[in-house]
Design a binder for this molecule. Structure first.
Ligand code: ADP
Length: 628
């Protein structure tokens, strides 16, 4: 029989996982049982709408069988099963759902993190198995197949016999070593405790033959009685009372259910009655999944109708700005065979979604208030999504998230600030919220325009993410205060006296500025006296809708290749800088030189803003002229 190889990435991951020292090996059982339960869920759901399935809820069961002689542990389910193609697709590649977009090899250092990012459930069996056999028959098919693999070389698939629909996963345990006793997974007490720990909530019975020693008088050795027992309580965690549950219980359920190996930052468990009756269990993850900021990421909550899962990712339950939330909603108000299209218009679902949005917002607001450190951790992972949310919703998401935003600011290098904090500290007479765009705090603080505004005692928000300025333009204002870039041509920092003075200087130099503008050949809208500069000679400012930062961001996008945008720029000069006096002098004595200096100053200003010089050769030549 031909042996097929695992896909290259799968092998790499397999290797990592099998040799991972971080992961608790015992979780393999949880993974296999989860899969069995999902498979049963699928067939059960079908049986509710299609009588030809011929099964009742009570017929579904997961059986565990430990064979000490053969050293095998078998988990069987009578769920939906897999066709040959599905076997190939589901078990031939790891993380079938998303490509293994490893960013770089050195990121592979942290085994546990990488494993956590993929739904690698089934493959965890190879942490304890030397060989895994999957025998399965899909619902509606009369053929069964056997998949066998040692997890290293590849796998085989062949047709085989199986009476009933469903799947057996047969795990042949590795040999015991001094450090690892794999045979422990054949002991009933160990299996029982693992099921209690990880799979208690599974809604279908998990059954096993359990050995009970019975001491009989007059006999030294007890008789062994075997009883077929159900090992799990079958009550879903969200149906239990909060008081019965510990954080540990909640976290375990999360890790099991939502393929994230890092415990969540917090959970929200609510039971609601009234206009809509439902239970919700929501989690805020601690880390963004690897594909979170890509179009592959699918938001949504699991949707149950009276305990039966009807949809895995119901996107209508979560607004985009809270798309990172994981969890489930169980409502008796929803009909079992409701379609996706019908759901979208369902009034109950809309009410539930509104409530859920509110409770997520409240929880985050509480966290921001009471546990700033935790909130900042959260914001580092998902804050970007709030800004996308505001931008993409044209501002309708703003009310939900504007108070949850954090920015770096000039106020304190070690602390991020909320907009409310910024506004509460605004100086008397300050009528807008100042911001400055740049790659990083360090780069922003080097910008000439920052110096004076900070000197005047104004706090400046540092917009270090591309989306920042775009989304704040959509938001327009906070608490009635408009956002204003420190690069904005219309910014007004001076006192009345200074303004008077500047007006005078501008008037006196009108002709020179016009000459300078001409020598820049239409590249700037005007040359003017700056009110933003303290010790630097020049800067650029922009007028109109497109700022200099937006020009950079938009032009960096690949689709804008033939369609470059350009901010309308002013070249601003510092009238108290010695360079200014020199320009004045040249205007009267050597206009050619003034034209050359103007180009130099303009190029410098471009470089300071992080833009490229349009003609680098000319720029270099001009500098050389100065040097010789
Ligand atoms: P995940 O469960 O996260 O999707 P797994 O690697 O655990 O990842 O499983 C891969 C896929 O194999 C599952 O999504 C499912 O389609 C299929 N599968 C695994 N176990 C079973 C089973 N017992 N019955 C039917 N299908 C299964």
């Amino acid at each position: 029989m031909e042996k097929k190889e695992f896909k290259a990435e799968s092998r790499r991951l397999l290797d990592m996982m099998i040799n991972s020292i971080y992961t608790h090996k015992e979780i393999f059982l949880r993974e296999v049982i989860s899969n069995a339960s999902d498979a049963i869920d699928k067939l059960y759901f079908k049986s509710l709408t299609d009588t030809s399935v011929g099964m009742n809820k009570d017929d579904f069961v997961i059986n565990i069988c430990a064979d000490k002689q053969a050293r095998t542990l078998t988990v069987s389910d009578n769920g939906i099963g897999m066709s040959a193609q599905e076997l190939e697709d589901n078990l031939g590649t790891i993380a079938n759902s998303g490509s293994l977009a490893f960013k770089s090899d050195n990121e592979l250092g942290e085994d546990v993190d990488i494993i956590g990012q993929f739904g690698v459930g089934f493959y965890s069996t190879f942490m304890v198995a030397k060989e895994v056999t999957v025998v399965t028959k899909a619902y509606g098919s009369d053929k069964a197949y056997r998949w066998v693999s040692d997890g290293v070389d590849g796998y085989t698939i062949e047709e085989c016999e199986k009476d009933s629909v469903g799947t057996d996963v047969i795990i042949a345990l590795k040999d015991d070593t001094d450090d690892e006793k794999y045979s422990e997974y054949l002991e009933s007490f160990r299996i029982q405790s693992l099921i209690k720990k990880y799979s208690d909530y599974i809604r279908f019975p998990i059954k096993m033959d359990v050995e009970h020693p019975k001491y009989v008088e007059g006999k030294d050795e007890p008789d062994i009685e075997i009883e077929n027992e159900t090992l799990n309580s079958m009550t879903p965690i969200w149906k239990k009372n909060k008081s019965e549950l510990t954080d540990e219980d909640y976290n375990r359920f999360y890790i099991d259910k939502f393929s994230d190996y890092t415990p969540p930052l917090c959970h929200i468990h609510s039971k609601t009655e009234g206009t809509a009756t439902y239970d919700a269990l929501l989690y805020i993850p601690a880390r963004a999944p690897f594909d979170y900021y890509s179009k592959d990421y699918e938001k949504g909550l699991q949707l149950y109708s009276s305990g039966v899962m009807i949809m895995d990712k119901c996107s209508d339950l979560l607004p985009d700005h809270f798309s990172f939330v994981k969890g489930l909603v169980d409502s008796e108000d929803l009909s079992l065979n409701i379609s996706r299209e019908m759901l979208q218009h369902d009034r109950q679902l809309k009410i539930i979604a509104k409530n859920i949005e509110k409770s997520i917002k409240n929880e985050l607001t509480r966290m921001l208030k009471n546990d700033r450190e935790k909130y900042e951790k959260f914001f580092d992972a998902f804050g970007l999504q709030f800004k996308f949310g505001i931008y993409q919703s044209y501002g309708t998401a703003a009310d939900a998230v504007k108070d949850l935003l954090l920015f770096q600011s000039s106020f304190d290098p070690d602390k991020k600030v909320t907009l409310a904090e910024y506004v509460s500290r605004m100086k008397e007479g300050q009528d807008c919220i100042y911001y400055c765009c740049g790659e990083s705090r360090a780069k922003i603080e080097m910008l000439p325009v920052i110096e004076k505004i900070r000197d005047k005692g104004y706090e400046v928000l540092y917009f270090t993410q591309d989306i920042d300025e775009f989304s704040m333009k959509v938001l327009m204002m906070y608490d009635g205060k408009p956002f204003r870039s420190v690069n904005d041509g219309a910014i007004d920092l001076d006192t009345e006296e200074e303004k008077e003075e500047a007006k005078k200087t501008a008037e006196e130099n009108k002709d020179m500025f016009e000459f300078m503008k001409q020598s820049l050949d239409g590249k700037v809208f005007e040359v003017r006296i700056s009110n933003k500069l303290k010790s630097h000679p020049v800067c650029l400012s922009s007028v109109g809708q497109v700022s200099i930062e937006m020009e950079k961001v938009l032009n960096a996008m690949p689709q804008n290749e033939d369609n470059k945008v350009s901010a309308e720029k002013s070249l601003e000069l510092n009238a108290s800088h010695p360079i200014f006096a020199r320009l004045r002098e040249l205007y009267d004595t050597d206009k050619d030189k003034l034209a050359a200096y103007t180009k130099l100053l303009y190029s410098q200003a471009l470089l300071i803003e992080g833009l490229t010089v349009e003609n680098p050769v000319e720029f270099a030549d001009l500098i050389c002229d100065l040097m010789v």
